[in-house]
Ligand binder design. Structure first.
Ligand SMILES: Nc1ncnc2c1ncn2[C@@H]1O[C@H](COP(=O)(O)OP(=O)(O)OP(=O)(O)O)[C@@H](O)[C@H]1O
Ligand SMILES: [Mg+2]
Length: 256
């Protein structure tokens, strides 16, 4: 799998109201990598995601997967959003099965894979529960299980933990890291949280607004075997602070 975003521009509106929202955004994502896009509100992160998902088209530039241009949504890309996007009238298991049913997989295979992915996200016991009976963190784990069960080649995560409180958020970050290590998934994470990006990604692209663009890219090579320890280790804090300064320097003074 090779996702290639090349010199992508996006303009919304026309004529005098035209606004350049993405300015020549380029990056690559290869199988097994975990990439993060970090930036303040309005830097165009979700727009990049929607273009990769095929929900919208670039105004210029190209997005390809293994050399094939993205022309619309497809099950090769699994999506998880900030807002819990589970179907409230379906049980956890039915939600996980949903994408596979759209793919018209055999019933037995759907049943087995549903059980497997509920197990992977640690929620086998919640199979028959409705979303409203589950905590926010559990709902996001179901959403991730649903996306993974459809065997996407890349998992696209747009602020997946943004609505969760800090403790649950931290345990979800550990969960996602373990999942990545165990399943070898390929992921693109969008977040405004620099710490989250550095804890999870092999490579982080920092975006700035007006117009949205990548202003800095860093390879991140950290020992993540003990994430709680890593969060407070001097090297990590130093890296985070250094990058935070470059992020702050890019924002208008009033935005914080
Ligand atoms: N459909 C649209 N029509 C017009 N403007 C849009 C549209 N979608 C996004 N924008 C504008 O594009 C810019 C980037 O928006 P986007 O949602 O991609 O930012 P973001 O980085 O995801 O922000 P946040 O962190 O708040 O989610 C914003 O100025 C937004 O108002
Ligand atoms: Mg967004």
């Amino acid at each position: 799998m090779h996702l290639q975003v090349s010199s992508v521009c996006k303009t919304f509106g026309h004529g005098a109201k035209a606004k350049l929202v993405l300015d020549r955004v380029s990056f690559d994502l290869h199988a097994g990598e975990f990439l993060a896009l970090v930036g303040s509100s309005g830097s165009g992160k979700s727009t990049v995601m929607r273009l990769i998902a095929g929900l919208d088209r670039p105004s210029a530039g190209t997005i390809t997967i293994d050399g094939q241009p993205v022309r619309g949504p497809g099950s090769d890309r699994g999506m998880v959003f900030q807002k819990y996007s589970l179907y409230p009238w379906l049980t956890a298991a039915q939600n996980v099965a949903f994408g596979m049913e759209l793919q018209r997989r055999p019933r037995l295979e759907i049943r087995e894979r549903t059980a497997y992915f509920l197990e992977v996200v640690g929620l086998a016991d919640a199979a028959r529960k409705l979303p409203r009976e589950l905590s926010g963190g559990m709902q996001q784990r179901i959403a991730i299980a649903r996306a993974l069960a459809a065997e996407p080649r890349v998992l696209l995560l747009d602020e997946p933990f943004g609505a969760l409180d800090i403790q649950i958020r931290e345990s979800m970050q550990e969960f996602l890291h373990q999942l990545w290590r165990q399943t070898g998934l390929t992921a693109l994470l969008i977040t405004h949280d620099l710490e989250e990006a550095l804890l999870l990604a092999n490579r982080v692209h920092i975006m700035a607004p007006n117009p949205g663009r990548i202003v800095r890219s860093v390879d991140v090579d950290l020992d993540r075997s003990n994430m709680a320890h890593l969060r407070v280790s001097p090297g990590f804090l130093e890296l985070r602070e250094e990058l935070a300064q470059s992020l702050r320097g890019l924002e208008p003074a009033l935005s914080r």
